[in-house]
Design a protein around this ligand. Sequence first.
Ligand SMILES: [Ca+2]
Length: 207
Amino acid sequence: MKHRSTAMTVIVFSVLVLVTSSTRAVAAQIGPSQFEDPLVFDFSELDGGTHLGSGYANPYANAGVEFTGYIADYDYEDISGRHLASGFANSPAEPYVVRLRLLDDFAAKVGAYVWAGGSGDTWITAYDQDGLVIDTLAVDGYTCSFVGFESTVGRPISVVEWRGPTSSSFTTFPRVDNVMMEYVPEPATLSLLALGGLGALTRRRRG
Ligand SMILES: [Ca+2]
């Protein structure tokens, strides 16, 4: 009897480990059309040369996020007007990196247009609430591409970094614009969605 329950425990535990590890391995790459109602940051309201990051005033505190980078002004494909550049960001300065950090809540989806400016591949990395890497994607150095992440349930996004090669002399790249972000839905919102679904089901049954 005791042996059987131990075996059952082992089986249940193994299944749990399998489910957990398969969940951990996957973070979907998504395009701009896969955002439903995102917050969009186009940086158009900021002055060129504004520095963002720790040590500087945060114009996006009300949105619950902080960017690291500085505001440049240029048009290139989907990089339009004011956008985030690397190079002189943060205090002390952090070259080669642009960063989005969530201050209080976590994101289910984050994406942005990124332009590496020929400085080499840009690596875009999403981190979870424990600071562990969820996924890393590379963008070719000579294109302007949209790269987005959709996190898995239980591993929401707390930080996204766009990082250029440190060997590059183009320290102001990568450039990032039109950042899209969707928060993880609140449990109350989920309940409402579930209730809405239930309502639809009830209506369908009646009809
Ligand atoms: Ca812009």
